[in-house]
Ligand binder design. Sequence first.
Ligand code: ADP
Ligand code: MG
Length: 321
Amino acid sequence: MLHVKDISVVYDAHVVLHNISLSAARGQHVSIMGESGSGKSTLLKAIYGLLRLQSGALFWNDQLLLGPDHNLVPGEDFMKYVAQDLDLMPFISVEENIAKFLSRSHPEESKARAQELIELMGLQEVAQQKAQFLSGGQKQRVALARALAKEPSILLLDEPFGQIDNSKRNLLRRKLFNYLKKREITCLVATHEAADALSYADQVVILRSGKLVAKANPNLLYQNPNDHYVASLFSDVNVLPRKWFDANAPSEKEILLYPHEIQVVDAGAITAEVTQSYYLGTHYLIASVTEGSTLLFNHKNALFKGTEVALSISEKLLKHR
Ligand code: ADP
Ligand code: MG
């Protein structure tokens, strides 16, 4: 179990993390989300032991982690960290880059393990290529394979799929995260992709300007976002006066609605004028205007610019959000 207890980190007199606390049990998947600059990378670096803490402490089970002032080599043995900037050895092959992180005393086993990791990361075709000739996405996959080589207890991943093409990303995400679950490797994943968090996280931690503003399971957080900031990390979201749907609501009260939660009806609470339809494959995202503000909703068909639509939301949604 990893415990992060009330840690703060300061860069040049500027507080970048303010009193962050979280815990991750064995095999748990924790997503760290937040806008760019919110402190995701700093949090992972601090946990790995690369940064001096201004206050607070880190524990692995009951053992206090001592950090950069006490470790000759930065980082902890039972953890692996895959940074946003990968440092592969450019002049040796993919397979050798991975093998360097495996035991030399059992060459047969190490070879089999390297093959397993190459397959897991889909690197078969480039296994013998020198790392310097790989694409950004391929490098990212080699860095992941290398981090897994000697199974760590905790894996810290900083935007692990950022450079990987869409066509490979979903498959890789499924393979990697299922592998970590099966082997009970705890992982903390900094991401700004909703798909990383919603489908895999046991716990989502939201950072904003270095502060932890929410911590919950993804379903709960998606259904009950604290505010626009949290909701907008998952999807497009509308912030609308509650009064539009409930005449009795106080005028300052707002309601957060995702585009799929708003339906076109024959006669509804509000009317809006369509400004644009965006094709998304399974449906259209429709932009519209009502009372001067933009409102986004989903619809199965495209709608012409200028069309007047009546819109409504379910009673249940109005009650619980
Ligand atoms: P994120 O990963 O969420 O984009 P970071 O953890 O990289 O955010 O950065 C958080 C804040 O810390 C930002 O304001 C950034 O400018 C600042 N910062 C990051 N690294 C350094 C550094 N080495 N020195 C000074 N400030 C830094
Ligand atoms: Mg970052």
